[in-house]
Design a protein around this ligand. Structure first.
Ligand code: PLP
Length: 444
């Protein structure tokens, strides 16, 4: 049993009990330290125990912790929306706050459908997404997720939104060669639109860098530009799911910026509050908001805790911290060092097939044979074995890849807090090497 939120197994000793965290380290109650090389679930972007954030939390708690979103707004929520608009720049200016990444993508889906309803085109209500994607665990978000393992128990409740392949050049799903493929996987969006009919499609959703379902898969240049052009050609909204990649993780405020693509809707979560308090957002352009404000005047979404003042104040403090400490630029620089370090270690082990990523978001894929890229059989449970070895050696890495036999290999994500110092990066390298060596000596 390794479900994440059951209390009893924690008490039964399945997971270590964490007593506190500082910087890139977490400490358990027996005093063991863990270098948080995955920022939890790619969330603790500014590390643990940052005083400024604790202070902001306290100050807001002394003012007010809760107001209901459709009765009041708060200074914290207003300032947070302004700060996001300032950091993101461009046309994405209107924030709708929720509590998790899943709620953010589900809200994006609903806003896209409502947008077309308010424009008098209610038939435009389907979404297109990609295989090897993860957009969240609630049913709408899971309907968009091309993640077979997380879908399989609930298939009868889900829409079949994933319909195009991912830009997974390491094992091209279309069996083509990168560089000479003419971005065929992007062209598949057009094929899919023509099959379903543009009149039936509200939006296309994609993660700029694929996270949990693929371990930091970075698309080739030109890919996102092409997708955006296709969306424009067929009048379909473009949603960028930046729950994992947003707020500096890849060395830009939004990862979409790497390819100069401006989405109609963007979703944020995780790093938006660095894990200090649950908050996420769907952010839209004026173009998307206008028909709604001229029509029903209200977005049909929201939760009791939407725009919670405490979470908004915490998120604002995290974004101020990112801004005043130039963390986005620093992430780009540290990311280069991290990438070089992981690639170097990758060359030392025959079972590391691919090291890929952008900024401070890296994926490592394991193979039985570097040349043939043959994946380990799923029954070997390589990802979890490596994660377990990491834990034993005081290193936290994050599981990734969708577990599709023959399609994706076992993989982990390494994505430490953007605040990691050079000496801590070296320590990360030591612990990673040790983890891999013990896996090599003991596996199979
Ligand atoms: N979207 C992406 C890209 C994610 O990586 C995740 C979580 O890993 C989600 C959505 C769902 O976020 P949450 O777990 O906060 O609901």
């Amino acid at each position: 049993m390794n479900s994440t939120s059951l209390i009893k197994p924690v008490l039964n000793g399945v997971y270590p009990v964490i007593s506190h965290g500082k910087g890139v380290f977490l400490y358990d109650k027996d005093g063991k330290d863990y270098l948080d090389a995955s920022s939890g679930a790619v969330t603790a972007n500014i590390g643990h125990g940052v005083e400024e954030i604790n202070q902001a939390m306290l100050e807001q708690a002394e003012k007010v912790s809760f107001v209901y979103r459709s009765q009041f707004t708060s200074d914290a929520a207003e300032k947070l929306a302004d700060k996001l608009a300032l950091l993101i720049k461009g046309k994405l200016q209107w924030s709708f706050f929720v509590n998790s990444g899943s709620e953010a993508t589900e809200t994006a889906l609903k806003i896209a459908i409502q947008y077309w309803q308010e424009k008098g085109q209610p038939r435009k209500n389907r979404i297109i997404s990609r295989w090897m994607s993860y957009h969240g665990i609630t049913l709408g978000a899971l309907s968009m997720s091309g993640h077979p393992l997380r879908r399989e128990r609930f298939t009868s409740l889900l829409e079949s939104y994933p319909s195009i392949p991912a830009p997974y050049c390491y094992r091209c799903p279309l069996q083509l060669e990168p560089g000479t493929c003419g971005l065929a996987c992007a062209n598949e969006l057009e094929v899919s639109i023509l099959r379903i009919g543009a009149d039936n499609i509200a939006a296309f959703i994609a993660e700029p860098v694929i996270g949990a379902a693929g371990a930091a898969i970075v698309p080739p240049d030109g890919y996102f530009q092409k997708l955006k052009q296709i969306c424009e050609k067929y009048d379909i909204l473009f949603i960028a799911d930046e729950v994992m990649t947003g707020m500096g993780r890849t060395g830009k405020v939004l990862a979409s910026e790497h390819w100069g693509v401006e989405p109609d809707i963007v979703t944020l979560g995780k790093g938006m509050s660095g894990g200090y308090s649950p908050i996420a957002a769907a952010i839209v352009t004026e173009k998307v908001l206008e028909p709604i404000m001229n029509g029903s005047k209200s977005i049909m979404g929201g939760h009791t805790f939407s725009a919670n003042p405490l979470s908004c104040a915490v998120s604002l403090a995290v974004l101020d911290y990112l801004d005043t400490n130039d963390m986005v630029e620093k992430a780009e620089k540290s990311g280069k060092i991290l990438g070089e370090l992981l690639s170097k270690i990758g060359e030392e082990f025959s079972f590391i097939g691919d090291v890929r990523g952008k900024g401070m978001l890296y994926g490592i894929e394991f193979v039985m044979d570097k040349k043939t890229k043959k994946p380990f059989p799923i029954q070997m449970d390589v990802t979890n074995k490596i994660i377990k070895q990491g834990m034993e050696h005081g290193l936290i890495v994050y599981p990734a890849a969708a577990g599709e036999e023959g399609i994706t290999g076992a993989a982990v994500i390494i994505a430490p807090p953007l605040t990691i110092r050079p000496a801590e990066l070296i320590e990360l390298g030591h612990r990673w090497r040790k983890t891999l060596q013990v896996f090599k000596d003991t596996a199979g």
